[in-house]
Design a protein around this ligand. Structure first.
Ligand code: 9MR
Length: 446
């Protein structure tokens, strides 16, 4: 899909006033309008059974694309061979149509959440190929004209970039990927067909494998339109090569999309971690905006009450842009500010470097350098960090510094908020320590 440009762009540009850290007033606009004005869609995974009340209202108001979290998977729709159950999937597609949203169909061929008759069957290559293409044809035909993007093949690769030995890979080799795409194209020629995987977000062995796979498929004339990057990320670990990675795929002549974004942290969530998460969400959003063929960005659940993370990573969570009570978190503002008219796409606007200048019994002097690594001037900055060993800030200069428990927030003063591209400013402070004085565990700038 190519970017959609609408009149909303001009309206929003006129309505929003640039302030600290981008355009703070963009936080009030629905995310879907901000995204639309920048030519991308903003989607969320949803759980069909929860689509009532405030959950439904937020999903409809903020997002212009939905992905069924589970309801379109093979195990959900064809639990018994040839017997299809569409209730869960229909509910989400109906909801999307009622609210002017696109649908990302997820997913047709995947090694997980398969019915046991497929996973544990004994298959000849021909029999499995027939079962697979029948499944693809039936599901895509059912939603012909109603599903905009399909994750046709999900997670086909191992960590080293080789073909996963799923029942499909082991029985059919790489040919199953091509056959699944051909069946999907035949069933709905207008739907955009994607291959989708995790840990392919930055440049590395696995994304190299995906790159080579997509190149081979294209060379064979396989009807593949796009590559999905799931982006199940860890706080503070947005790959620095994400934008370059998206771009190299786009340069092959396919669309790209961020399909399952979440950014998990070790619980409890603190102010500093949430601020870091905000910067991370913004960085991913900017990476998509920077690549013209990035069709859109989908979060994997918009509320922490509907996230897979706590079940799969005990002790971790708070990975989505809204908290469990559907209140927006700083991460939501991170997306909004990145999408706001006038925010430059591309790499994050600032980094922070923390050093201890001198230390004595019980006290030390610290210094933080804020560097503008973006392409536009910063018009304000905020640095957050977290102390692991009970350090306490006593006084600061060249910034306003506040501490709540372990979390420290430093903001610019009127005279040093503007930092030109490539420039830096420094502030300092005196603080106390006892026992040890380790560096901050979380450090972020936004
Ligand atoms: O969000 C889905 C969760 O409810 C399921 O329990 C889980 C089972 O694996 O699948 C989750 O979604 C996955 C998605 O379909 C593919 N990429 C990884 C996602 C997280 O596991």
């Amino acid at each position: 899909m190519f970017r959609r440009l609408t009149a909303t762009a001009a309206l929003l540009a006129a309505a929003l006033t640039p302030t600290l850290a981008g355009t703070a007033s963009a936080a009030d606009a629905p995310l879907r309008e901000l995204a639309d004005a920048r030519g991308i869609y903003l989607g969320t995974a949803v759980t069909g059974g929860k689509l009532t009340g405030a959950y439904a209202d937020t999903a409809a108001a903020q997002f212009d694309s939905v992905t069924p979290g589970n309801e379109m998977k093979w195990g959900s729709v064809e639990p018994v061979r040839g017997q299809y159950s569409w209730t869960g999937a229909d509910r989400i597609v109906d909801f999307a149509e009622a609210h002017g949203q696109e649908v990302r169909g997820h997913t047709l061929v995947w090694h997980s959440q398969l019915p046991s008759w497929v996973e544990n069957g004994t298959w000849t290559p021909d029999a499995l190929r027939t079962v697979m293409t029948d499944h693809v044809t039936t599901e895509v035909s059912r939603y012909k004209g109603r599903v905009d993007h399909w994750d046709v093949v999900n997670e086909p690769l191992n960590e080293d970039g080789t073909l996963r030995r799923s029942v499909f890979g082991a029985t059919l080799g790489e040919s199953y990927v091509a056959d699944a795409f051909r069946a999907a194209r035949a069933a709905d020629p207008a739907a955009k067909l994607y291959v989708n995987d995790y840990s392919t977000d930055g440049i590395g062995a696995k994304s190299d494998g995906m790159y080579a796979l997509v190149k081979r498929l294209l060379a064979q004339g396989v009807p593949i339109d796009g590559v999905g990057f799931q982006a199940h990320l860890i706080l503070g670990q947005v790959p620095s090569t994400m934008e370059a990675n998206l771009r190299r795929f786009a340069d092959l002549g396919v669309d790209v999309a961020i399909t399952e974004l979440d950014i998990r942290m070790t619980l409890p969530a603190t102010e500093a971690k949430l601020a870091r998460q905000k910067a991370d969400y913004a960085a991913v959003t900017r990476a998509c905006l920077a690549v013209t063929r990035c069709a859109g960005l989908t979060v994997w659940g918009f509320t922490d009450s509907d996230s897979w993370i706590p079940d799969f990573f005990p002790g971790e969570g708070a990975a989505t842009p809204y908290d469990e009570n559907l209140s927006p978190k700083p991460a939501r503002a991170g997306i909004a500010e990145a999408l706001a008219p006038g925010t430059p796409p591309g790499p994050a606007g600032c980094t922070a470097a923390y050093t201890v200048q001198s230390q004595w019994g019980g006290g030390f002097t610290g210094q933080v350098t804020v560097r503008n690594t973006g392409t536009a001037p910063l018009t304000g900055w905020r640095v957050v960090w977290e102390y692991p060993a009970g350090q306490r800030i006593a006084q600061a200069w060249n910034a306003t510094v506040a501490q709540t428990g372990t979390a420290v927030t430093a903001t610019n003063l009127p005279y040093n908020g503007t930092v030109p591209a490539g420039g830096s400013v420094t502030f300092g402070f005196n603080a106390s320590w006892a026992g040890s004085n380790p560096p901050p565990t979380v450090l972020g700038c936004g």
